[in-house]
Structures are given as C-alpha cells and as structure tokens.
Unconditional design. Structure first.
Length: 325
C-alpha cells in the first residue's frame, strides 16, 4: 500500500511516499481504509524529533484519520467491517490503510464527511478535555485563547462559544480576526501589534481572565501569567513558538490561581473509557452542527510535507486535510 514514510527525524522536507506492507490489526485494534487524514502541529514535531516521544523509524506519520473499517481484531466488539469511523493514533494516518485502537475510534453518523471527521478528535478532543475536564469552565467565565486561528485554538473558540464562555481570541496577524470572530470570539487581540496586557485590562475592566488557554508558549504565556483573575486556571496546551516558558511562582500564589497541565493523549491512554465517551459526544455534536470544524485546504497525500511546513509556519487557519481515497 502507499504511505508517507519518515525515515529520520530531520523534518517534513525528508518525508517520502513509498510502498509498504499493509498492517494487521492486533486483538484490540481495527484496520481502516483511510479516506482522509488531518495534519497537525504534533505531526510535524514528531517527524522533526521534537515531540515528547520518538517512534522507531521508519514510521508513517499521521495522528488522526477517518475511513471505513475493513477488518477487526479478535477482541473488538464495538466495530465491524463496513463501519464508517474516525480515529486517533500516535502514528499511521498518512497511508491507504492504518490500524487504530478500538478505544480510540468512534463510529461516524450518516452525513458526516470523512474530511471533516478527520479534524475533530484531536482538535476538539484537546479543547474539550482542557476546558471541560481540566479547567471546569463555567458559563459566563472569560477565556483567553492564544493561537486561536490554528486547529486546536479554533476548536477551543468554537467550543468556548458552545459552553457559554466569553471568548477572547489571541492571533498573530489581522487576517485571522474575521475567522475567529465567526467562530464565536467576542474580542480579538493581535499580540504581535497590540499590548496584550493593556487590551486584557481594558476588555475585562481590570478583572483579568478566568481561563488561559495557551497554544503558543514563550513570552505570551509569561504575559498571560500576569493577567489571571483570582482563582483562575492557566493551561499550557502547546509551544508553537518553540520556547517553553517559565514564570515566577509568586504570580499564582498572589492571585490564588492554578497552572493546569493538559496532555490529552496520555489521559486517553490512561482512561480509555472516559476518552471514548468524549469522542462519542464530540461526533454527535458534529452531526448536530453544534461544532463546526474549519478546513483550510484539502491536499493529496503527496503534499504531506508541504502541509506540515505550512502548519509549522503558522499560516494555516483550522486544519489541512490529506485526501487519500
């Protein structure tokens, strides 16, 4: 079968499309005919050797995909050949066929397109786990979401609107403002051209933010640490700027706020039943049009490297999807 191969941790430029043997499902896995796979920031970190874990090389990148089940492992009870599914996995999505854990797969309702389904579990799963499970967000609270036009950021804006939060979207360029407003942001800050501290003080009348949802890291996170409201929750989601921040610990002490880690993938490994319930809920919200993922563009499998470079360059709004069938 055809697949994108990463043979060394030297980045998207060295990815190649080749022919490999079809995988076989383990007892707790399903085998999927992949129709679409999405391209995430995590994918380009993995092929660049910059993620927390390194798969053995060569490997097939791709952490999220959608397609049709063609075979199931002997212990699988929730799926059968012919089912339309979406799945998440550490690797494997950029191929004509992939295996995925039963616990990390979800059946798709009729009418949900594969291209759209391939963008939900990672983006909205991260946003939902962060806002609902970790931050315990309550309607009416104020959330600042940085990197708000990216895949996870835009999902958090959309989900924040659904949860009744007051959403402030932080973006790095003015051309992203219209998109985040259309997804539910009441206020937009360009943190490359505006003073983040002054704008937050003005928007919140000096009260600060209840929830900080930071995809960027570096100096942005360090500024957010000084903008929290009493009893707030500050969450590092990712570090797209490439710099892991550090802050004086007297800041959370003085405002009595919490810094809360968000590692959705590890949570899903430790608590697969809870993660499966969340995935079912997200897909139902998708079918009911309560959430609405944004696809920046659809590209062929051969463009996986270029897609990753666009994600790394932070020029993508929402998700890029690779169409495989």
């Amino acid at each position: 079968m055809k697949a994108v191969l990463c043979s060394s941790f030297t980045g998207p430029g060295d990815l190649r499309v080749g022919d490999i043997d079809e995988p076989h499902p383990a007892p707790d896995e399903i085998l999927i005919d992949v129709h679409a796979a999405s391209v995430s920031f995590m994918d380009q970190l993995l092929v660049s050797g910059l993620y927390q874990m390194r798969p053995p090389t060569p490997f097939v990148p791709g952490t999220e995909a959608a397609g049709v089940v063609v075979a199931v492992g002997e212990r699988v009870t929730a799926f059968a050949p012919g089912d339309r599914v979406a799945c998440s996995s550490w690797t494997g999505g950029y191929a004509e066929r992939m295996t995925a854990k039963e616990s990390k797969s979800v059946r798709l309702p009729d009418g949900v397109a594969f291209e759209t389904a391939a963008t939900v579990l990672h983006n909205y799963g991260t946003a939902c786990y962060a806002l609902v499970e970790r931050a315990r967000a309550q309607a009416g609270e104020t959330v600042l979401i940085t990197g708000a036009a990216g895949g996870v950021g835009l999902a958090a804006v959309d989900l924040g609107r659904h949860l009744g939060l007051r959403v402030i979207a932080g973006v790095g360029s003015d051309d992203k403002a219209a998109l985040v407003r259309s997804f539910g942001a009441g206020d937009v800050i360009n943190y490359r051209s505006e003073d983040l501290r002054d704008r937050i003080r003005s928007i919140t009348s000096g009260a600060g933010i209840d929830i900080g949802f930071d995809n960027v890291g570096g100096a942005i996170f360090e500024q957010m640490a000084r903008l929290m409201a009493w009893g707030g929750r500050l969450m590092p989601i990712g570090f797209t700027c490439g710099e892991i921040p550090s802050i004086p610990m007297n800041l959370p002490l003085l405002k009595n706020y919490s810094i809360i880690g968000v590692f959705t993938g590890a949570w899903a490994e430790k608590y697969p039943d809870e993660a499966a319930r969340m995935n079912d809920m997200l897909v139902q919200w998708l079918a009911d049009r309560k959430i609405r993922p944004h696809i920046d563009r659809v590209l062929p499998l051969e463009e996986a490297g270029n897609a990753m470079r666009a994600v790394a360059g932070r020029t993508v709004q929402g998700r890029i999807v690779l169409k495989i069938r």
